[in-house]
Write a protein that binds this ligand. Sequence first.
Ligand code: IVH
Length: 699
Amino acid sequence: MHTDLFDDNPADALEHVARRALDLRTRLHAHAHRYYVLDDPQIPDAEYDRLFNELQALELAHPVLQSPDSPTQRVGGKPLAQFASVHHTVPMLSIRTETDTEATGAQNFDTRVRKELGLTESDPAVEYVAELKFDGLAMSLRYEAGVLVQAGTRGDGQTGEDVTQNIRTIHQIPLRLPVAAPAVLEVRGEVYMRRADFEALNARQRAKIAQGIKGEKTFVNPRNAAAGAVRQLDPSIAAQRPLSFFAYGLGEVTAQENGGPEFTTHFAMLQTLALWGFPVAGQVERAHGAIELIAYHRRMGASRDRLPFDIDGVVYKVNALSLQRQLGFVTREPRWAVAHKYPAQEQLTTVLSIDVQVGRTGKLTPVAKLAPVFVGGVTVTNATLHNEDEARRKDVRVGDTVVVRRAGDVIPEVVSVLLEKRIEDARQFTMPHQCPVCGSLAVREEGEADYRCTGGLFCGAQRREAILHFAHRRAVEVDGLGDKLVEQLVDSNIIRTLPDLYKLGLVALSSLDRMADKSAANLLEALEKSKQTTLARFVFGLGIRHVGEATAKELARHFGKLDAIMDATEDALLQVNDVGPIVASSLRTFFDQPHNREVVEQLRACGVTWQEGEPAPRAFMPLAGKTFVITGILPNLSRDSAKDQVEAAGGKVAGSVSKKTDYVVAGADAGSKLLKAQALGITVIDESALLVLLTASMD
Ligand code: IVH
């Protein structure tokens, strides 16, 4: 026996379910439009999913309710053997392209239009619509009685391929139009892939390749990925390739019997398309005459790299449809539109060699030396391969034909290799384990992407940074030795290694640009003064990776003598407060480099000295594990001396307040840090309370 509520009348039952399905579809359409087109969702994703699942269940239980405009149809149907043909009654035309990258492209177009229209100088400027030229593929979407019935590629302009199944998977494309739409409406636009979607897709593809799944590949650029997805015979695969769409024109349009909208301008037509639910790019603008077109071209060119999708130019169109009709076509191109391109950001070239460059901080970067190629507006001969993993992933080899990309002011990079053009025996690149500049060991630490040269003090590439660090106020402190001066000294080869600092004479210094005798004398005095330092400052000044000021102090306190630090085994180093395996290994590697030891010896020979002490393993440190932030002006202690004292008691001093802060020491004029501490409920103390904590630690 049935228990269905409508058991007595199955027709009623079906009508009820049909109404519910219609209601669900209408709501899902509206929410999808807000989410995918307007980027302004109204309901949580889970709620959308709930409505979607309900509709799917209804359609499954009642196949008669299935309809091509249902949101459930976006997931993709059965694979096809081949695409059917689509005939375009209104041909899909291409547009003339101005390839010059300067303003003349806009100027030439405006001049031609004015001439064709018979305008003279005294006539007003022609009104245009300026749009982006999306880098995807052209698509014609056909709606009959408001329902999407067919999507066709451009093909030869007359006949394209029917890719309706795949296009249905694009959430931005409405499957149904509002009732006011014409009886037959063909919307023309561009299918493309957003850059973020492209990156995510390629990441997924790489993961599949890494798992050994056969037949998978990565895509060269978003356009390529979009084209691949559109021409995918299996729509369930297309559904996994996130595509987007922008509308920019119309094909065949048949008005309804009751009329329907009559457009007089291109701009109004785009506005109506947006109203009907189609995505129209926000950068569409009206522009008057060549000057405003040129300004648009410049402005979009400057912001091109910040767009979430690729464009390869802009498009200008005469706005008034009556003028468009008057201008007509030459062969297969309208006289009323033109594409004004930007220089291509990607080009093909060949790899001449692969070098490794050493940065100022010792980072090794593999760089492909290229046959010169004009890309992104400049001639490029070098392109970065970033690091070992990237170089391996792209597997770039000498002799390879590669895609180089230069976008905006970003360093040019090798995007991918054209494997089909690889020469035989092309050797794989391997990262060297020696610094190409100084020959020191290069290491890649666990969890890091980069190799680094460990010859920090000796390496020519790192000289500048090493000297600046050594001379820092909280290191060995050479007053007056700043950025500019170090650069001059290094560039003019007056200083090659750190010890050269102490060999500087008045003559050499005075020969520098803008160096008065007085400043030269001051610098020499500061250098002389810096020779009297402390072991902690000296160790910090060596710029050993991972050895900050606090660690240097711990090392000095623990070992007392420099030689003891230099000769300590990793195990011995691990006994030091604050020293873990990474720091211990970094110290060992540093002092194992003969060059680094040599520099230390030379510095000592130049007279850099400090008071050596007795080893003092692990003192009692009551502030151990406590983090302090010091803010404002303390009545007696300077900021530095307060910091030193906290650290001597085992505490840490941080620069900003966070949940991890234990105490904020506030003096006069304490500002935002104090407010933040109060907001986070962190204990705030004054100088005298700090002194109590510190003296307590001496007991
Ligand atoms: S209008 C009759 N507008 O560029 C004019 N085309 O040859 C038809 N494109 O492959 C085209 N963005 O797919 C127009 N805002 C835009 C465009 C655009 C990209 C593509 C189009 C076609 C090519 C023009």
